[in-house]
Design a protein around this ligand. Structure first.
Ligand code: NAI
Length: 334
């Protein structure tokens, strides 16, 4: 079977890590017809938007996409492509597995947690306005529908993957109505999934606990902004942004992408770590049911990281992006 998959190279290091990812996936034996579509800063001049309709149309047609990061200007201009995509395609669950790989420099061992972030509302609903010249307001939207959906997703994922514990992360002591509603939905969902242990924690305490003992946590589910912050923070526990993959999942579509951004500081040098993008590809293959190919790539990546000889500079090596990918491919063929 041949899959039609949308590939968005993105900005900055995006094209470099996505080329590496494509080569590795192609070498796994799964047949993919890649439909490459451009989005982000590079298309703004031509199309007047970083997210032209053809991008949305391609993903709606193929149902599956893998994307590189895109640059979003800070404090002005267009809405983030990522937020736009997630809302336009109703990709309500952002799933980020954070796991230690042997050989990757980190102060921790045995970290294996999954961050499940609500992806469509919260403080990312995009409702912001000025109040006169000297104040501005952002509206945080929490609905029962989106909260039920994300906490159910987290419990279902836990059951499917044999995970033991779900922790709902919130700030319901201060935002009693909005986060209070989220927490209530999580507690109700927990009642329906008794085989999975449930607890909740305030986001500030959670941040400290994660730094003190990340190996104690399993699946964490939370509103949008907390998920954004904690997933970068958690990446730092296992070797940095270069190694943490992600997926945006909806009911009938999914877009896979690493946690990291377009890294303009190292773009164009072929030194970005493609591990996060390749592992996002592994998540995509699992989503497609291509478990054997997924495992083959995952094992090869783990082996290359463990050896630590051909790794990129963020992990203390001197390999180029494509050299890492080639090494993964040669391990797959061993
Ligand atoms: P960033 O994640 O691009 O970079 C943060 C730091 O991590 C930089 O020092 C960078 O060199 C390093 N880094 C990131 N990925 C790496 C990799 N694969 N290998 C080695 N080092 C890596 O975050 P930053 O600088 O805040 O954002 C840059 C741009 O990316 C912004 O325009 C932002 O809006 C956008 N962004 C896009 C995302 C997406 O499209 N999914 C996600 C996050 C940010």
């Amino acid at each position: 079977m041949t899959y039609n998959i949308t590939l968005i190279p993105g900005d900055g290091i995006g094209p470099e890590v996505m080329e590496a990812t494509k080569e590795v996936i192609d070498a796994s034996g799964v047949e993919i017809n890649w439909e490459v579509v451009e989005a982000g800063a590079k298309v703004v001049e031509e199309y007047g938007t970083p997210l032209p309709d053809y991008v949305i149309d391609s993903i709606k047609k193929n149902k599956i996409a893998i994307k590189g990061p895109v640059t979003t200007p800070v404090g002005k201009g267009f809405r983030s492509v990522n937020v736009g995509l997630r809302q336009a395609l109703n990709l309500y669950a952002n799933v980020r597995p954070v796991k230690t790989y042997e050989g990757v420099p980190s102060r921790y061992e045995n970290v294996d947690l999954i961050i499940v972030r609500e992806n469509t509302e919260g403080l990312y609903a995009g409702i912001e306005h000025n109040v006169g010249a000297e104040a501005a307001e952002s509206i945080k939207v929490i609905t029962k529908k989106a909260s039920d959906r994300i906490v159910e997703f987290a419990f279902n994922l836990s059951e499917k993957q044999g995970r033991k514990k779900v922790t709902a992360v919130h700030k319901a002591n201060i935002m009693k109505l909005s986060d209070g509603l989220f927490l209530r939905c999580a507690r109700e969902s927990a009642e329906k999934h008794k085989s999975v242990e449930f607890s909740d924690m305030i986001v500030d305490a959670m941040s400290m606990r994660l730094v003190q003992g990340p190996e104690k946590y399993d699946v964490l589910v939370m509103p949008n902004l907390y998920g954004d912050i904690l997933s970068d923070m958690a990446s730092g526990l296992v070797g940095g942004l270069g190694v943490v993959p992600g997926a945006n999942i909806g009911d009938d579509m999914a877009v896979f992408e690493a946690v990291h951004g377009s890294a303009p500081d190292i773009a164009g040098q072929n030194i970005a770590n493609p591990t996060a993008a390749i592992l996002s590809g592994v998540m995509m293959l699992k989503h497609l049911g291509e478990y054997e190919a997924a495992k083959k790539i995952d094992n090869a990546v783990a082996e290359v990281l463990k050896e630590g000889k051909i790794v990129t500079s963020d992990l203390g090596g001197s390999a180029k992006t494509m050299e890492f990918a080639q090494e993964v491919i040669s391990k797959m063929n061993d």
